[in-house]
Write a protein that binds this ligand. Structure first.
Ligand SMILES: [Ca+2]
Length: 174
């Protein structure tokens, strides 16, 4: 689209349609105008009704039909976005929540009456989270069933605190 003619001293700006109202406009087809244009058409429904979106100066949305997909998203998802992608944070890649990693064995100790991780869970990408050590053995594809094994510290009987394992069922991505 050709740039609009603005009066002297006014700056022509690029405006991007934000159809999912997540504060990030679609990357393509900016409208050039000196001031914010009126809302634009996002979709024409079979009955002729239209869904509208605001023109904003912010861009970078890789899926402007899904408000959960935007630059900076930090949540992982186990099903694809409305565009069929798992790239929810718009960095052009699908990052696995549970990569293929093996972490060192967790050791546990009783601290203030709780059975908690005391050492171990070391290795690239390994982390203790809510008393769990992520130790995914197999890197499953986004949304695929997964046999991610977590090590956690738990009581086995009243005084025996030891590492145990727990599984997650679906790979999630971002
Ligand atoms: Ca991504």
């Amino acid at each position: 689209m050709a740039a609009a003619i603005c009066s002297t001293g006014q700056q022509c700006l690029a405006w991007y349609l934000d159809c999912d109202s997540d504060g990030f406009g679609a990357n393509s087809a900016p409208v050039f105008s000196c001031s914010q244009p009126a809302p634009g058409t996002c979709q024409v429904l079979p009955n002729g009704d239209k869904t509208m979106g605001s023109y904003i100066s912010n861009t970078g949305d890789c899926c402007d039909m899904d408000s959960q997909a935007f630059p900076g998203q930090t949540q992982f998802f186990s099903s694809p976005d409305a565009c069929g992608s798992y790239d929810y944070n718009c960095d052009n890649q699908s990052t696995l929540h549970y990569p293929a990693q093996t972490c060192s064995a967790l050791t546990c100790a009783i601290v203030n009456g709780a059975c908690v991780p005391s050492a171990g869970c070391a290795g690239t990408g390994c982390k203790v989270q809510n008393n769990l050590c992520v130790t995914s053995a197999n890197a499953a594809a986004c949304g695929a069933p997964i046999n991610a094994t977590f090590q956690l510290c738990a009581f086995l009987g009243p005084i025996v605190c030891q590492p145990m394992t727990e599984n997650d069922t679906v790979q999630s991505c971002l």
